[in-house]
Design a protein around this ligand. Structure first.
Ligand SMILES: CC(=O)N[C@@H]([C@@H](O)[C@H](O)[C@H](O)CO)[C@@H](O)CC(=O)C(=O)O
Length: 308
């Protein structure tokens, strides 16, 4: 891992591999790391988040996964970010201390979503109590209002955040409100925060307003293609960048209509990588055979600009 290097580019929101009977399957994580680096050119991971079913795991499982990712990623990955958010503050603090102790390159926290913070000060207080347990570890706020129901604008949250949370390093912004994201970027130029976008199907729009990169589930299997989009955008060759976004969007648009979530993401990564990611944990249920056949046929039918 590369301490101090700003988090940018693509970050795979990893799934949690499980055995057919629903236990976490640590044994495939070494292969998973190798696959991400060699097949997808993705060298950053976000562990135990939404895609990783972090909130469906117990504390012990979350710690074991964090340890395995840090251990297997040490020589091969640039950043291993551990999501340590939880409904219970002491649990979240325990996970933050653990992530610090094992040498994670960053921690992230989403807003608690049963009893919810109702304003910026309540949310900041919660985040601060977690971040302060890992005082040497970069801290990221994970904004995902569609799932947490916490709609406090990030622009508002960021005002004065460094004074409250000295380790604050950036935001994983999983929302479609690009006005909010743009204001965050515009107002925090001096702070050098990393803004990582989390709605993969519209990443190009976020790049246009200054996002540093992206965290998402699709970079597990469309990482290499999305990297080509980032390169085209940087060149700049907007027509080519758009082509990549349209094509990744074509796949997502297709699977979303079939019903697409973490269970289906696990199935897609399984058939693309050959690594068995297993079923999701209840209340999620495994993708159907019909979904797998259709999704695979769709992905195989896409003709990418590089000729694949
Ligand atoms: C709601 C949701 O799961 N969003 C995903 C996206 O990557 C999403 O799967 C993708 O844009 C396809 O819709 C990420 O933002 C979640 C994520 O990064 C995480 O697992 O922590």
């Amino acid at each position: 891992m590369t301490p101090g290097k700003k988090l940018e580019g693509l970050v795979a929101a990893t799934v949690t591999p499980m055995t057919p009977d629903g236990q976490i399957n640590l044994s495939v994580i070494r292969k998973y790391v190798e696959y991400l680096v060699s097949e997808q050119n993705v060298k950053n991971v976000f562990v135990n988040g939404t895609t990783g079913e972090g909130l469906s795991l117990n504390i012990q499982e979350r710690k074991q996964l964090a340890e395995e990712w840090v251990c297997q990623g040490k020589e091969k990955l640039d950043h291993v970010i551990i999501h340590v958010g939880a409904l219970s503050l002491p649990e979240s603090q325990e996970l933050a201390r653990h992530a610090a102790a094992i040498g994670a390159s960053g921690i992230a926290v989403m807003a608690p979503f049963f009893f919810k913070p109702t304003n910026k000060d309540e949310l900041t207080a919660f985040l601060q109590k977690v971040a302060s347990e890992a005082p040497a570890v970069p801290f990221y706020y994970y904004h995902i209002p569609s799932l947490t129901g916490v709609k406090i604008r990030v622009e508002e949250l960021l005002g004065g955040i460094k004074e409250q949370i000295p380790t604050f390093q950036g935001v994983k912004f999983s929302d479609t409100d690009l006005l909010d994201l743009a204001q965050c970027i515009n107002k925090n130029e001096r702070e050098q925060f990393a803004f990582l976008y989390g709605v993969d199907e519209q990443l190009l729009s976020a790049l246009a307003i200054g996002a540093d990169g992206a965290v998402g589930s699709t970079y597990n299997y469309l990482g290499q293609k999305t990297n080509l989009m980032l390169q085209a955008f940087a060149k700049p060759d907007l027509a080519l960048a758009r082509k990549y976004q349209f094509l990744t969007g074509e796949f997502l648009n297709f699977v979303i209509k079939l019903g697409f979530g973490v269970a289906q993401t696990k199935a897609v990564i399984t058939f693309v990588s050959g690594i068995p990611m297993g079923p999701p944990r209840l209340p999620l249920v495994a993708a159907s055979e019909e979904f797998i056949v259709k999704a695979k046929a769709k992905l195989d039918s896409i003709v990418w600009p590089d000729g694949d």
